[in-house]
Design a protein around this ligand. Structure first.
Ligand code: GRF
Length: 190
C-alpha cells in the first residue's frame, strides 16, 4: 500500500459502509488502503468482520475511561497505524472539538440524508413525514458542528408511496455503499 492514502475507519455497529470501503480498497487502482478499523464497541459486528479479513483493528469502550482518555487512545492507535484520513462509518459518538481540530479536514463521514436537510438521527422518518419526494445520503467533511462540514458527494434515492423509515433506509444504504468508496477516492486524490 506504499503510495495509497492510509485510511482509518471508525465504526460502532454492523459496519456495512466500512465493508464497502474495504472491498473497494482491494482494487489495484483504488487510491486508499484501509490501515485500521477501530470501534468504541468491542462487540461491534463490523469489528468481527474486519478481524476475519485480517485487517488491523482496535477496540476500546469509553466506559469508565472518560472521553479525553478514550479519544487520546483512539488518536494514538490511528497515528500508530500511520492513518492519514479518518472515515466515520456508523460511528455513533460525537468527536470532541479537540479531536476534530487535531485531524482538521482529514475526517469524513457518511450521513443518511441529503444534507443540509435532516442532520442528526431519524433522517428517513423525518424525510417521509415532511412529504419529501427524494431522500438520500451525503459524504461530508467533519467539523465541530454535527453533520455540518462541506458536502463532498451526495446520492438521491426516490421516496416511494408506502415507504416507511426501514424500507427507505434499506435503499439509501445501498446508495451509501456506492457513494462512500467513490467519494473517499475523490477526496484522497483531490
Ligand atoms: C449508515 O446509514 C450511515 O449513513 C449512518 O449510520 C449507518 C451505519 O450503517 N451514519 P453501517 O454500520 O455502515 O452498516
Amino acid at each position: 500500500m506504499a503510495d495509497k492514502t492510509r485510511v482509518g475507519v471508525l465504526i460502532s455497529g454492523r459496519g456495512s459502509n466500512m465493508i464497502a470501503l474495504v472491498e473497494a480498497s482491494r482494487a489495484a487502482d483504488c487510491p486508499y488502503a484501509i490501515a485500521l478499523v477501530a470501534s468504541d464497541k468491542p462487540d461491534a459486528a463490523g469489528l468481527a468482520w474486519a478481524r476475519s479479513q485480517d485487517l488491523a483493528t482496535f477496540a476500546l469502550s469509553p466506559r469508565g475511561l472518560g472521553k479525553p482518555a478514550y479519544e487520546a487512545a483512539i488518536d494514538a492507535a490511528l497515528r500508530e497505524a500511520g492513518v492519514e484520513v479518518v472515515a466515520l462509518a456508523g460511528y455513533m459518538r460525537l468527536l470532541s472539538d479537540g479531536f476534530v481540530a487535531a485531524w482538521r479536514d482529514k475526517i469524513v463521514n457518511i450521513h443518511p440524508s441529503l444534507l443540509p436537510k435532516y442532520k442528526g438521527l431519524d433522517t428517513h422518518g423525518r424525510a417521509i413525514a415532511a412529504g419529501d419526494a427524494v431522500g438520500g445520503c451525503s459524504v461530508h467533511v467533519v467539523t465541530e458542528e454535527l453533520d455540518g462540514g462541506v458536502v463532498l458527494g451526495q446520492a438521491e434515492v426516490p421516496i416511494l408511496a408506502g415507504d416507511d423509515a426501514d424500507t427507505l433506509a434499506e435503499r439509501v444504504l445501498a446508495a451509501e455503499h456506492a457513494l462512500y468508496p467513490k467519494t473517499l477516492a475523490e477526496f484522497v486524490t483531490r
